[in-house]
Design a binder for this molecule. Sequence first.
Ligand code: ZN
Ligand code: ZN
Length: 389
Amino acid sequence: MKAKISLLAMLFLISCITLSLSQEIHRNVFRLPQTVSGYHVLKCDFHLHTVFSDGSVWPVVRVEEAFAEGLDVIAITDHVEYRPRIKEMGAKDSEVSYNAPYNLAKSAAAKYGVILIPGVEITKEVPPGHFNALFIKDADPFGKNFDPGNPTRGSFIRGSLGEARKQDAFIVWNHPWFRTHNNTSIWFPLIDSLYNEGYINGVEVVNSRRYDPVIFRWVLDKNLTNLANSDTHNPTTLNRTLPRTMTIVFAKERTSESIKEALKEKRTISYCNDSLYGDSELLEALFHKSIEIKTYFSGKNGYISFSNNTSLPFEIKFSDTGRIKISTYSGGIAIPAKGEAAVLISNDSIFESSKEYIIGIRIMNLETAPGVPLTTELVARCPQVKDSL
Ligand SMILES: [Zn+2]
Ligand SMILES: [Zn+2]
């Protein structure tokens, strides 16, 4: 009996050890083509908070979340001027380095293959508002660039942005609608001065779940880099009804230097709520790499099937179908994420297998300018599939 109990106790102990060693992470990876037009397609979130400012997670958790969601790149950008959790943890602000979140997360980032970009959020009253300085070399000097009596005083902005420039940082103006009159995005005179002085490299067209067409227009008119970031303060698992907001970067290499180069060259697309906003060439290349088309003709009839291997749905409208008649109620077709869809087609005369049929389409959830969907063409040629209708 005694031996039996001790064996049970041992088994219990072993199961406890096994449980404590178990580190399974359930992954629900956001899927995109890995390369497009010779570039690596990188899923990035350049704006995240931790307990080192006003977030509620430890820095390592940000890396684990990124791994679980299939992100390639993150930046932890804790507020410099606003760190309420430090006090809550019983520490003095001056005792905790501004580099702590990056330093704590970097070994996890290496372990999970997530690229971690060092950054801070410069946090001033409106105007000018908040700015992320990315690819910085040392976060601590930013902690000396404010008035201790009034850390968020806007007139001190050039001190912080000057430090960012000294460190060759990439500077993003965050959520331009935040705390403005009626929460509208305003291009303030102070912003105009900073822009003319070369301090603003990019802007958040999307912050969290808010896409702003006014900001997208600024990106096009003022030649800024287009970014979409989650600005998550909580665990991202709490917001998981849809994939998180992210910036899709087209980088020559899967390295921090290449990501910076791609941001400077504006090779980015913003993603939010199943829509993409960005440059037409990048969107067009991404779309064609995402969708596989198969066509079948028999006499005057046939079908086109669309197979989508990505996590992006595509909402297509047929604009110029030539002599082909496409049977749809809505004038279009919705291709689900990681799914397939097909439309029946017919022609006045017999489809010729030697011919290519060009179909003009608009993709309604891919915008090249505010309210302007991407236009492109599909090529239907037969035979591409052997199965019959
Ligand atoms: Zn902010
Ligand atoms: Zn923020």
